[in-house]
Design a protein around this ligand. Structure first.
Ligand code: HEC
Length: 161
């Protein structure tokens, strides 16, 4: 499984860069010069976390797997580009990321909800330990956000949206 490979790579922190190269879309040499600010990576992670939740709630496991991969890449990117983030704070995300991945592979809604709580705790643990305890992430309560994308698998879309 790709995510497992990624986490194994992340554990050997020196090899983390190879994980980022796993994306289908590699930046051009010019784009490579423009590193995103950490808050930009985190804002993307926030949206990916939200979409991951909504896709999983709607049992759209393909989309959930996709968003999980994007989120995993965001966290890896933050670790690679911002070495000031303690490696331990990143590696502790491995277990919750794997747990969400397993829940998606098993198409298990209950396990998905539980593992998403663990993942969210992991986000907040890092924030707290880095004097950003005021950035508190939680599982979304409003099913209708973001309002400009459908999360149900195609063909089963809720027309009321
Ligand atoms: C390994 C550490 C770490 C992990 C894990 C982490 N973050 Fe962050 N996050 C940070 C740091 C550090 C900042 C503050 C960046 C700054 O102030 O420049 C931050 C900031 C943020 C912000 C504030 C950005 C803004 O502009 O409002 C959000 C939102 C956020 N993170 C979401 C998440 C989510 C969602 C997760 C989990 C899926 C997560 N983060 C996991 C370290 C982490």
């Amino acid at each position: 499984m790709k995510l497992r490979n990624w986490c194994a790579a992340l554990a050997l922190s020196g090899a983390v860069t190879s994980a980022v190269a796993q994306s289908d879309f590699s930046p051009s040499p010019t784009a490579r010069k423009y590193a995103p600010r950490l808050v930009e990576i985190m804002s993307a992670a926030q949206l990916q976390h939200l979409k991951l939740w909504l896709a999983g709630k709607d049992k759209n496991w393909d989309l959930a797997a996709y968003e999980l991969r994007q989120l995993t890449d965001s966290i890896a990117e933050a670790a690679v580009l911002y070495p000031g983030i303690p490696v331990d704070n990143v590696t502790t995300m491995m277990a919750p990321l794997l747990s969400v991945s397993d829940a998606i592979a098993a198409k298990d809604s209950r396990k998905f909800a539980g593992s998403m709580k663990g993942l969210t705790d992991g986000c907040n643990a890092c924030h707290s330990s880095m004097e950003r305890g005021f950035v508190v992430v939680r599982l979304p309560t409003d099913r209708f956000l973001p309002a400009n994308q459908l999360f149900a698998p195609q063909g089963k879309a809720d027309v009321r949206r």
